[in-house]
Design a protein around this ligand. Structure first.
Ligand code: AMP
Length: 443
């Protein structure tokens, strides 16, 4: 199958060509036809399956076919990183079309809030937002839903894990009842099914779940006491026989991220860190530097485990065992993307063995336990069933806006007075830019 069989408008196809998309992925093949018919959808799909394009393309195509000035679409994302990534794909696909978008994800200063307000009131079609930030705008009462028609919840399970249920319901209660609603989730626990029953209307279902790691990932684990972990990481990173170009180290807590980064830096290992403690601008800079290989070793909380799509990560090191078994798959899934291979190693303290064995059950794989290098000393045994007395191991491992106006060449900017492009007002106003003849490209 090829993309032209879906019947997208020519300008959408142009965007696809520019993005280098030729063949649809399985979820795109399944999801795009019912979405183009306007059906609601429940999709079990993880990052890496092509789900973002599966829902973005029909939405952009619908806006192109029935162009309006106002807000047509809200896409909710659990994290800023994912929002930004969705928005970047949007930018590519919609480049030649009438549709425009704006990302609203908090973390910025007052100026960015103001910019977001302008985007929301001056005729932006698609908003990609994190729930909390969108609620702040909704509460101020200036969002006009007259033209509204699509609502997407991406990574719904993650959003509920992060405590966004009430925010999501508050947002939904403000939306017009007449709309197309899409819910995507990597897992489908009962509460997501319940949410889906409440908000979807006779949805089409697609199911492209992968809860097993990619076969290109070589997995291994070390049993260690907490005090041995940093030394082991140092040993692994400085192993002359291995040449890891790009390394991602995960920990569930910000505190551990800080401590591990500091400990590695003390050992003269050039590591950087990313967690929600950084400002939005700093986070973006770190991600970009890591992508561009300016940063070789990045220590991160789970916030970057999902949705972030960086090629060429050769080693993922789990400083601790993630609390959620699915998170393990997400963490190590950052390596061996596409056709490449990679290594995923986990450091297990005695009290984490139970959690790790649940992960092994989920992925139906016994991950090889590698003996510690002799200089690290004797490690504990892997005994997941054993109850631990006292404080043995003493390792705690518990558990992640700025706005962006994009498509500078085609999209409207908002100046200090809230004017967009060269024009002076929103709907019904005299905007003379690209949209002065919205029906021009219909069909
Ligand atoms: P997603 O699962 O939506 O996060 O997509 C994962 C990655 O696959 C992203 O980098 C997309 O740009 C890419 N991708 C998605 N669909 C296609 C396709 N049909 N052809 C080529 N690349 C794709």
């Amino acid at each position: 199958m090829i993309f032209s069989e879906f019947g997208f408008t020519e300008v959408v196809e142009e965007g696809l060509r520019a993005m280098g998309f030729e063949t649809p992925t399985p979820i795109q093949m399944e999801a795009i036809p019912p979405l183009m018919e306007g059906k609601d959808m429940i999709g079990v799909a993880q990052t890496g399956t092509g789900k973002t394009a599966a829902y973005l393309l029909p939405i952009i195509d619908d806006i192109e076919k029935k162009p309006v000035e106002g807000l047509t679409t809200i896409i909710l994302s659990p994290t800023r990183e994912l929002a930004l990534q969705i928005d970047q794909q949007l930018e590519g696909f919609a480049y030649y079309t009438y549709a425009n978008s704006y990302a609203i994800y908090g973390g910025g200063d007052g100026t960015s809030f103001d910019q977001e307000r302008k985007a929301l009131t001056k005729g932006t079609n698609i908003i990609v937002a994190t729930p909390g930030r969108l609620i702040s705008h909704l509460n101020l009462g200036y969002i006009d839903f007259t033209d509204f028609r699509h609502f997407v919840l991406d990574e719904a399970d993650r959003m509920l894990d992060m405590g966004f249920f009430d925010d999501i319901m508050r947002i939904i209660n403000k939306l017009p009842k007449e709309r197309q609603t899409l819910l995507f989730s990597a897992t489908m626990p009962g509460r997501i099914r319940q949410l889906a029953t409440n908000i979807l209307n006779n949805p089409a279902q697609v199911n492209i779940a992968i809860s097993k790691p990619n076969e290109g990932i070589l997995q291994g684990a070390y049993m260690t006491y907490a005090h041995q972990k940093v030394a082991l990481i140092e040993r692994l990173l400085t192993d002359k026989r291995k040449d890891y170009q790009s390394v991602l180290i995960f920990s569930s807590t910000k505190k551990n991220v800080k401590e591990v980064t500091r400990a590695l830096q003390k050992l003269n290992i050039d590591a950087s860190s990313i967690s929600s403690d950084l400002s939005q601008e700093e986070r973006e800079r770190v991600m970009l530097d890591f992508k561009n290989r300016k940063i070789q070793i990045l220590v991160a909380t789970d916030i970057v485990a999902r949705g972030i799509d960086i090629d060429g990560i050769s080693l993922v090191l789990n400083y601790d065992v993630p609390n959620d078994a699915e998170d393990y798959v997400h963490r190590i899934g950052r390596t061996a993307r596409g056709e490449s291979t990679g290594v995923g190693l986990t450091l297990i303290a005695p009290e984490e063995a139970g959690k790790f064995s649940r992960i092994e059950q989920l992925i139906e794989t016994v991950v090889p336990k590698i003996p510690l290098p002799p200089e690290i000393g004797e490690g504990p045994e892997y005994r997941p069933g054993r109850r631990l007395a006292g404080k043995q191991g003493n390792h705690k491992a518990h558990s992640s806006g700025k706005t962006k106006s994009h498509g500078a060449n085609k999209k409207r900017r908002f100046d200090d007075k809230g004017n967009k492009g060269k024009a002076s007002s929103s709907k019904g106003g005299n905007y003379k830019g690209k949209r002065s003849n919205p029906n021009k490209k219909q069909g």
